[in-house]
Design a protein around this ligand. Structure first.
Ligand SMILES: *[C@@H]1O[C@H](CO)[C@@H](O)[C@H](O)[C@H]1NC(C)=O
Ligand SMILES: *[C@@H]1O[C@H](CO)[C@@H](O)[C@H](O)[C@H]1NC(C)=O
Ligand SMILES: *[C@@H]1O[C@H](CO)[C@@H](O)[C@H](O)[C@H]1NC(C)=O
Length: 412
């Protein structure tokens, strides 16, 4: 028993030995790769990320900032497994230069992060050789050119964030089908084309502020919790969103989507729904009667062509934007109560055809509430409207417009 124990201890000791030993150095391939990476990148004057990158020092893994190393299972050398270029501190200016293709010599790399700076040039297609890569984050720089097709062959890629660059071209075929991909953030580039038709089990898809065209793919993954397609050139009906039952945030604002809003989207678990500035029409469907929206909820349906009356089910929404539509009728009393109790923080109803906002005399609007009622088919209660400048100065809509809209008919 004793012998067994001491053998075990010896084994543990041996297993721990390389990690502790000062004999262990970075592999010569990784050292050469770091030297190449350093050659094409530099600190923006005032930033000092590279001040620790002294290649005369014996052990880069211990002294270079931004490196994480692990022992190579096949040799006694240390390999770079994570590389963070730049400090990511908010007061740091970041790096300039370009990304070296020699990054691909860091074959054990699982994470590559480039913090915000002004790095230019392409994303090296050679990154597609790093089969262990799980995370690539290169946001807020000035990278140009396409997203390399080679990235679509990284079997372990979990997160790709190349947002806020100047990338062009379309989404590479099969990138959205990678088996491990969960987070894909391509926001704010100059990407074009239609969205792919093959999708893996993504949790987070952010394509906002690009030039994507076409319809919403019918087979977006039902695992999605966050979906933003805001500010693109997409159009067509909202089909395909109904079955995304895990969504917490949906932002498809500022496109040209048309048709009606599926009633299944009105559920309190979908806490932020931004559909503003599209061409949506029809009535706002009643949501589920048994659940209600709560603190933190935002629904923005403004600047569409929605008709009918306000449904009772949106009553608990904390920030509700229904302005610039074709809504008619009387505002349900429950909305009015919530506004004066301060549980509704924003209620924008301006630029509709609403005929009544039923309230008792002498109530004061809490300071925290934004209520705007101007340019409807009524005279808004004196002193209550807290409108944005964009609402314009006119309190009421011209009477002849109101006659058409509140006469049992609505404009087609
Ligand atoms: C490093 O990468 C470059 C370009 O990919 C390649 O030409 C070179 O042979 C590599 N060096 C080593 C030591 O593997
Ligand atoms: C949506 O827009 C397309 C293209 O302009 C049009 O063909 C289609 O009829 C519209 N659908 C609805 C429901 O308005
Ligand atoms: C309703 O519409 C009809 C026909 O368009 C019109 O003659 C009538 O005056 C309208 N009624 C009201 C109350 O505006």
């Amino acid at each position: 028993m004793d012998r067994l124990l001491s053998l075990l201890f010896l084994l543990l000791f041996i297993l721990h030995l390389p990690r502790r030993s000062h004999q262990q150095h970075i592999s010569s391939i990784d050292r050469a790769a770091l030297l190449s990476i350093k050659r094409t990148l530099d600190d923006i004057p005032g930033s000092n990320f590279f001040s620790t990158w002294d290649f005369t020092a014996p052990d880069p893994c211990a002294t270079f900032s931004g490196l994480t190393c692990s022992p190579d299972p096949y040799s006694s050398a240390l390999r770079v497994t994570a590389l963070q270029l730049g400090t990511g501190l908010s007061d740091s200016l970041g790096l300039l230069g370009s990304l070296s293709p020699h990054l691909s010599n860091l074959t054990e790399l699982t994470q590559l992060v480039l913090f915000p700076g002004i790095v230019t040039g392409p994303i090296p297609p050679e990154l597609g050789l790093l089969k262990n890569l799980r995370v690539i984050s290169l946001t807020n720089n000035r990278l140009t050119g396409p997203i390399p097709q080679s990235l679509a062959s990284l079997p372990n890629l979990h997160t790709l964030d190349v947002s806020y660059n100047q990338l062009t071209g379309s989404i590479p075929a099969e990138l959205t089908e990678l088996p491990q991909m969960k987070v894909l953030i391509l926001a704010s580039n100059q990407l074009t084309g239609e969205l792919p038709s093959g999708w893996t089990q993504l949790l987070h898809l952010d394509l906002k502020m690009n030039g994507f065209a076409g319809r919403i793919p019918s087979n977006l993954p039902s695992t999605l919790r966050y979906l933003s397609l805001s500010k693109n050139r997409m159009w067509g009906p909202l089909n395909g969103l109904e079955k995304l039952s895990e969504l917490v945030l949906l932002d498809i604002s500022m496109n040209s989507f048309n048709g009606t809003i599926p009633s299944s989207l009105f559920r309190p678990s979908l806490n932020s729904m931004l559909l503003q500035r599209n061409k949506l029409s029809g009535a706002i469907p009643p949501g589920p009667a048994d659940e209600s929206y709560g603190p933190g909820s935002v629904i923005d349906l403004s600047h569409n062509f929605l008709t009918g009356e306000l449904p009772a089910t949106l009553v608990g929404v904390e920030n509700l934007f229904l302005n610039n539509n074709h809504l008619i009728g009387k505002v349900p009393e429950e909305y009015v109560k919530r506004v004066f109790s301060g549980t509704t923080k924003t209620l924008y109803l301006q630029h509709n055809y609403i005929t009544e906002f039923p309230m008792e005399e002498g109530l004061n609007l809490p300071d925290s509430v934004s209520l705007c009622l101007s340019y409807n088919c009524m005279v808004p209660p004196v002193g209550l409207s807290a409108c944005p400048a964009s609402a314009g100065g006119q309190l009421s809509r011209p009477a002849f417009q109101c006659a058409v809209f509140n006469n049992g008919t609505t404009m087609a």
